[in-house]
Design a protein around this ligand. Structure first.
Ligand code: TXA
Ligand code: MG
Length: 328
């Protein structure tokens, strides 16, 4: 198993040295844990793709220690990008910008744009500053699986494929960063996250467009992604009670509603506030997925803007409720 270490100054220095020598290091961010490699070292970046089992044409985000570093990676930095960076960095916002020619196409997945983000987790910032340059880091999970929000999740996902895991405790946001594409004529929201469309609109003076067809390839935008291995279904709130038989010992449920009396399965009640819900969602799904259940039902969340990021992840983790859940 990999070494999980507390993020002492010595451990962070060791992790930074490992990055500089081409090794992979997992580290906490405020969103989810990342699997980092020196973004200037194409062999190290290639090792990320091998460790994750990820197709090479999927780009990875370059994490920076400060907004002043964007010009070293982006060929052109529009005013919108500067304004959003000033408003939200360090923080859970990734900006897609035209890439400088020297940025490795392993990082960009062969495209001529690059995703950039300055994370706010103090351990991530210290590591990035100690590493001295951009760190390419996708979420530290195997391709297509739930992003890790705890150090042990990373160890479980990647095993010996990662030498060192910095343990920053459970992550604060719990869902991946908002991704905004600023490389085209109009800002486009590629992935909803903790920085909402409304917050972006407040800075830009106009709302970002929703990602449409022809959007750049991003695995978070495949239909099935962030998925547990256990068959998982989304159920509307008002139908949940009728879908849950008290005898369903092999059933896991993720709901905002409280557990009904006498329920024999595994009920996980999550908070009514979307931020608190998002913080706990992935750990909850991961724990249920490990419990050897027959299936998992997730109570759908409201279609309102505050739930956009959670709703997006639920739609990728779960299938719509089948007409009749077998045996349910
Ligand atoms: O919160 C996060 O963003 C976490 C932490 C570790 O920072 N990272 C993360 O990385 O979620 P990843 O690789 O699992 O998801 C990043 C998404 C992918 O869907 C990728 O395709 C997209 O960002 N992306 C990266 N660069 C891109 C680019 N140049 N154009 C379009 N999409 C891009
Ligand atoms: Mg990911």
């Amino acid at each position: 198993m990999p070494v999980i270490v507390d993020p002492s100054p010595e451990a962070i220095a060791r992790a930074a040295a490992a990055l500089r020598s081409g090794q992979l290091v997992a580290f906490p961010t405020e969103t989810v844990y990342g699997l980092g490699a020196d973004a200037r070292n194409p062999d190290a970046v290639a090792a990320i793709f091998r460790a994750k089992g990820r197709p090479v044409d999927h780009p990875v985000i370059v994490h920076l220690g400060g907004a002043e570093a964007v010009d070293a990676w982006a060929r052109r930095v529009p005013h919108d990008a500067r304004a959003l960076a000033a408003a939200f960095w360090p923080g859970p916002l990734t900006l897609i910008l035209p890439a400088r020619d020297e940025v490795s196409r392993r990082v960009t997945g062969g495209q001529d744009t690059v995703g950039l983000r300055v994370p706010s987790h103090p351990v991530a910032l210290e590591l990035l500053r100690a590493a001295g340059d951009g760190v390419a880091a996708p979420s530290a999970n195997r391709f297509g699986r739930i992003s890790p929000t705890r150090a042990l999740d990373v160890a479980e996902e990647l095993g010996d494929r990662v030498a060192l895991i910095l343990d920053g405790g459970p992550t604060e946001v719990g869902l991946e960063s908002t991704i905004l594409d600023l490389s085209g004529p109009a800002p486009r929201l590629l992935r909803p996250g903790a920085i909402s469309a409304a917050a972006i609109e407040e800075v830009l003076g106009r709302p970002p467009q929703a990602a449409g067809a022809g959007a750049p390839r991003a695995p978070g935008r495949l239909d099935r992604h962030y998925a547990p291995g256990t068959p998982t279904y989304l159920v509307e709130s008002d139908r949940l009670a009728s879908r849950v038989r008290t005898s369903s010992a092999g059933l896991g449920v993720v709901a905002r509603q409280p557990e009904p009396l006498g329920f024999a399965g595994s009920w996980r009640q999550l908070p009514h506030h979307p931020d608190a819900y998002g913080r706990r969602l992935y750990a909850t799904l991961r724990d249920l997925d490990a419990a050897g259940l027959e299936r998992i039902l997730i109570e759908a969340v409201p279609p309102s803007a505050p739930w956009a990021a959670v709703g997006d992840r639920l739609r990728r983790a779960a299938e719509p409720e089948p007409v009749e859940v077998p045996g349910g």
